[in-house]
Design a protein around this ligand. Structure first.
Ligand code: GLV
Ligand code: MN
Ligand code: MN
Ligand code: MN
Length: 428
């Protein structure tokens, strides 16, 4: 009985690849840098237009659309038992400077299409199904990743910090939000928080952002855990001065302190004893930034991650010790050493892993269990809901650069696995 029902739904599942590809291409044109690169920064004009595009698609798919105070967008397909907690899926559409058009986007447009697939197949959800577009998964503008999902998961610390947060142009978070018509009435973000148990399951579809699936010729990655990310901001200050007139023994060069700390980050990460520990200095700024002026200030932002939280924390402590030692030896001031976030890893829910595995089997798609080294909104949704993630292959594992690419066939496979997984989760 139930078997015939499942094989029935598998055969009636079909993805409209042409329109999905067209949507991916069209969304990529909402960008502040020329194609093939994509740059879409939180609450910018292009971000607002892209959000409008998604809300319109949600409406065309028959979803009822709601937005919260920071612009998380929810599109709901009401189930026939609407009092049950819903099943959610989704991702982000913001894009870091000069990145590609698939990161996040596949999990939003693919999620909307997965509901279209189910509607066309005649499926009726028991639990409501919801697509979520998360605000600012990328840390680009305000320095904190997973801003929307972190707040949904109830981060009081972030809600408080945002009251004093500005971007690189000194625009406050709330002015930026208001310019995009969010957070209009007050600066209390507690309305964004969701209670634990608000969803019975959350599943995110995403490109792998690593090379494993493509190298091994496997269609579907089933994520078992997401690595623990952390980020740190550091400032050094020295006296600066004329690049010709101040002799070397008289200098306390804040730029060289930053350079030395960047090398220390690499050393501590490599010394962790595990290939799973990574660290990156992705931002290094010198002030005043003139060839003939000794840097009087330097600013670094350090990203470090591991699947082992304790080992990651030891690296952070070593980086802190190095910053102190370098400042002392170079007689510069360590004016800031601030841990912006230091998040634990997240585990996928066993029952959702199972549902994704069975869905892949039923669709005859090769699949493997894997961990996610990138972070995702799922890291925070896991705090309030059972969570799972579906990965699809991407070209050479490229991501966060314009060469990022996933074939529409691979995307369609991911959409099918997502659709079939949602049916299972909706009916329990
Ligand atoms: C998300 O984009 C990450 O940096 O892992
Ligand atoms: Mn990303
Ligand atoms: Mn992403
Ligand atoms: Mn700083």
């Amino acid at each position: 009985e139930s078997h015939s029902c499942i094989s029935n739904s598998v055969s009636s599942i079909s993805v409209e690849t042409e329109s999905l590809q067209q949507q991916i291409d069209e969304l990529s044109t909402f960008s502040d840098t020329p194609a093939p690169s994509v740059t879409r920064i939180l609450y910018s004009e292009k971000d607002v237009l892209a959000r409008r595009y998604i809300k319109n698609l949600m409406g065309l798919s028959g979803l009822s659309v709601r937005e919260d105070a920071v612009g998380n967008i929810f599109g709901r397909w009401e189930g026939y038992e609407p009092e049950l907690t819903a099943v959610a899926t989704g991702s982000h559409i913001d894009a870091i400077p000069y990145s590609g058009k698939y990161d996040g986007v596949v999990g939003v447009l693919g999620a909307i299409e997965s509901l279209n697939v189910l509607r066309r197949s005649g499926f009726k959800p028991k639990r409501s199904l919801e697509v979520i577009l998360f605000t600012s998964e990328e840390p680009t503008r305000f320095g904190i990743g997973c801003l929307g999902s972190r707040l949904l998961a109830g981060s009081e610390a972030l809600a408080k910090a945002l009251k004093n947060t500005v971007d690189g142009q000194n625009t406050s978070f709330f002015d930026a939000a208001r310019s995009a018509s969010y957070a209009k009435d007050h600066e209390d973000l507690s309305s964004v928080f969701l209670k634990k148990g608000s969803y019975s399951a959350f599943v995110e579809l995403h490109i792998e952002q690593g090379p494993i699936l493509e190298e091994e010729g496997i269609s579907i990655g089933i994520v078992t855990a997401i690595a623990a990310p952390a980020s740190i901001k550091v400032d050094f200050e020295g006296n600066g001065g004329h690049a010709g007139a101040v002799l070397m023994p008289k200098r306390n060069d804040a730029g060289l302190a930053a350079a030395e700390l960047a090398l220390a980050v690499e050393k501590h990460v490599k010394d962790s004893g595990s290939i799973d520990t990574v660290g990156t200095v992705g931002i290094l700024e010198l002030h005043p930034g003139a060839i003939n002026s000794i840097p009087s200030k330097s600013h670094l932002e350090i990203d470090t991650r591991d699947i082992d939280e304790k080992r990651r924390n030891i690296v952070i402590e070593k980086i802190h010790q190095s910053a102190i030692t370098i400042a002392k030896n170079r007689e510069v001031r360590l004016s800031e050493f601030k841990i912006i976030n230091q998040d634990p890893p997240a585990l996928s829910e066993e029952s959702i892993i199972k549902a994704m595995e069975v869905a892949s089997q039923e669709l005859n798609l090769t699949h493997k269990l894997m961990i996610s080294r990138a972070y995702h909104d799922s890291l925070f949704m896991a705090r309030i809901s059972p969570m799972g993630m579906i990965f699809i292959p991407c070209y050479k594992g490229y991501s966060h650069k314009p060469e990022e690419y996933a074939s529409i066939e691979d995307i369609a496979n991911g959409v099918k696995v997502l659709a079939l997984t949602l049916t299972k989760l909706s009916l329990v």
